[in-house]
Design a protein around this ligand. Structure first.
Ligand code: FE
Length: 196
């Protein structure tokens, strides 16, 4: 249904308008995101395209006050992120396929895996933030097909200066940008082809 993304954006902006504390924001935002990813019938094909070299991050919406952004993450078979942080709150909703998220935490000055890896299937939502755990590595759970998750962040994430962590623990500056050059039209609801 073509209004799903628009309805999510409008509802999330309304939630942020109430200036909730982060726990409430993450809880209610997760419910909204879950409603979005429970149905895989709205993501335009252009924002679901994998790349053979690298996972893709397509901006779907940027809030005009830069309070949040919505991104489709498209994983080619076997692709994964480096270990990285976000510096702002984030919600990850699984739309198609599955991904594995492994959290990391600092222990005695060393970044180590924390807890066991979480497998996200369609309709599941996970949260990150500097308060609850902000460093992770995310991988496509499949090495033979594409997976797609919808990410929401408490900033225009493509411009946020943040960090990746190399295997030896070294920190590297990182600004993700976005993979797309155009945005989906969610307001006029023109007839865009959608998958599947
Ligand atoms: Fe992440």
């Amino acid at each position: 249904m073509r209004t799903r993304l628009r309805d999510f954006v409008t509802a999330l902006a309304g939630l942020l308008e109430q200036r909730p504390e982060e726990p409430q924001l993450l809880q209610q935002g997760a419910q909204l995101l879950q409603q979005l990813v429970l149905h895989d019938d709205w993501l335009p094909i252009a924002y679901a395209q994998p790349d053979s070299q690298r996972y893709q991050q397509y901006l779907l919406h940027a809030d005009s006050l830069r309070r949040f952004s919505v991104v489709s993450f498209v994983w080619g078979p076997g692709q994964q992120t480096p270990v990285h942080d976000h510096t702002v709150w984030g919600l990850i909703g699984m739309l198609r396929g599955a991904e594995i998220a492994q959290g990391y935490a600092w222990q005695e000055g060393v970044l180590r895996e924390q807890g066991s890896a979480l497998r996200l299937g369609p309709g599941m939502v996970e949260a990150v933030s500097p308060r609850i755990g902000d460093v992770h590595r995310v991988s496509n759970a499949f090495d033979d097909r594409v997976s797609i998750s919808i990410h929401v962040y408490g900033a225009n994430i493509g411009e946020v200066r943040r960090s990746v962590y190399l295997p030896d623990g070294a920190r590297k500056d990182f600004i993700s940008g976005y993979s797309n050059l155009t945005l989906p039209n969610i307001w006029g609801l023109s007839a865009e082809a959608v998958t599947p």
